[in-house]
Ligand binder design. Structure first.
Ligand code: ZN
Length: 195
């Protein structure tokens, strides 16, 4: 059963004890089973099945990835907008603002894991967003807390230089480009999001 009560999902998960590693693996197995039975789910966090422990799984590419006690240790300044949904909120589709690249440490992985949406493969973007989405769950954060609300950018006192990088968005698409390249697009339905 998947937890759909947002108040329960706002509770932070506690780390799995380093002395009870089997517990983390057991939770991961339950998560992968639940994910397999879900309709098109690509990730799941332990609190979504009522277990308040820091374990989550994703299944975007050929092999699922299990994370026990994961932490995002590095985040790119660059962000992008992506469509998201969540097994706890069926039928809800929103756009969120996510980091383009992240680095993750987890107790069941040696070294660090890098995820980036900065590639030609759309699955890389799905994976990068999914990892951020699931680790957010473990921190009691849902996709609604990351919702991208498109507001017209208000001119600050600072003047934008032609070579300044800006974030622009249109529909579910977004990109960070130089202002001189963004300017013509602003007349074409794109909105300035961040300078
Ligand atoms: Zn979710």
């Amino acid at each position: 059963m998947i937890v759909k009560d947002i108040n329960k999902l706002k509770e932070k998960c506690v780390p799995v004890s380093a002395f009870n590693f089997g517990e983390g693996e057991d939770i991961a197995k339950q998560l992968l089973d639940e994910l397999k039975n879900s309709e098109g789910g690509i990730g799941l966090a332990a609190n979504q099945i009522g277990i308040n422990k820091r374990v989550c799984v994703i299944n975007v590419k050929e092999e699922p990835i299990v994370f026990i006690n994961p932490e995002i240790v590095e985040r790119s300044e660059e962000t992008f907008v992506f469509p998201e949904s969540c097994l706890s909120f069926p039928g809800k589709h929103i756009r969120t603002l996510r980091h383009t690249s992240i680095t993750v440490k987890a107790d069941n992985h040696e070294g660090k894991l890098m995820f980036t949406a900065d590639s030609d493969d759309i699955n890389d973007a799905f994976e990068c967003v999914c990892v951020q989405h699931e680790i957010d769950h473990l921190d009691g954060v849902t996709m609604f807390d990351r919702e991208f609300k498109q507001e017209p950018w208000k001119r600050k006192s600072k003047k934008i230089g032609r070579n300044d990088k800006v974030l622009i968005a249109k529909g579910t698409e977004s990109k960070t480009i130089k202002y001189k390249k963004a300017e013509p697009l602003l007349d074409d339905g794109w909105t300035l999001v961040e300078v």
